[in-house]
Design a protein around this ligand. Structure first.
Ligand code: 3NM
Length: 227
């Protein structure tokens, strides 16, 4: 179990209620503003926060947090927001995070569980209904489903469009939370929600905003209108 993390039951409960999942993506954030930006996302109201630092290995991610965002875990806890580490199970353990998120090519749930144990939340990226259904059958705690639209945050992947959202919502969302992701911006949020999405991950539209907290707050308000 993540020693200082929230209990799995409590974290699962928070995930089930979450509508907006934010990512502290180091592709958009300067190291020296890392902790500040995390604070702005939390203040604005993200309900899950992932740390994503592509191009770093596990030791690099750990060093990044220790040097530039030593209060990250404590900040998330004080807001009651689960902290999820992208890619590196060992780092999630070292940071006493609440979860780890892995991609399609990052191996099995069992391999991650061997590192993080049974208590930690483990999420999987999925890019088709088949992958989404395989992830829920394998036992993942939540999935990302996308990219709905092509996005500079995940280059080289075509958008999968909106047409399979109702299927995945129907088949998967009753069992684990489904977070739609990829190219979602305030301007297309209504369309994404009208297509059946209930939860979203939004990265660049928040991190590139002039006022990250205000942009996050605006998005939360729009999501809450659509209940
Ligand atoms: N994963 P933005 S799409 C990190 O489909 C990530 O698995 C995706 O960023 C997936 O909101 C994506 O800037 C990028 O488009 C999301």
């Amino acid at each position: 179990m993540a020693i200082a993390g929230m209990e799995k039951v409590a974290v699962s409960h928070k995930l089930k209620r979450a509508r907006l999942y934010g990512i502290l993506d180091m592709g958009y954030v300067q190291k020296d503003t890392m902790q500040q930006v995390a604070g702005q996302l939390l203040q604005g109201g993200v309900e899950v926060l992932q740390l994503r630092a592509k191009g770093y290995d596990g030791a690099g991610v750990l060093a990044l947090v220790r040097e530039w965002a030593p209060d990250l875990g404590e900040m998330c806890r004080s807001y009651g927001v689960p902290l999820i580490v992208n890619d590196f199970a060992e780092v999630a353990v070292a940071l006493a995070a609440d979860g780890v998120h892995i991609g399609q090519d990052d191996g099995s749930l069992a391999a991650v569980r061997a590192v993080v144990g049974e208590e930690m939340i483990v999420g999987r990226s999925t890019h088709s209904p088949e992958q989404a259904m395989a992830a829920v059958d394998e036992g993942f705690d939540y999935i990302g489903f996308g990219p709905l639209f092509p996005t500079p945050t995940k280059q080289g992947r075509p958008g999968i469009g909106l047409e399979n959202i109702p299927l995945v919502e129907r088949e998967v969302a009753g069992r684990i939370p489904v977070f739609c992701i990829g190219g979602i911006v305030p301007e297309n949020l209504e369309l994404v929600l009208a297509s059946g999405a209930r939860r979203v991950v939004i990265v660049s539209a928040l991190l590139q905003a002039q006022d990250v907290a205000a942009a996050t707050h605006n998005l939360i308000s729009k999501l809450q209108l659509n209940t």
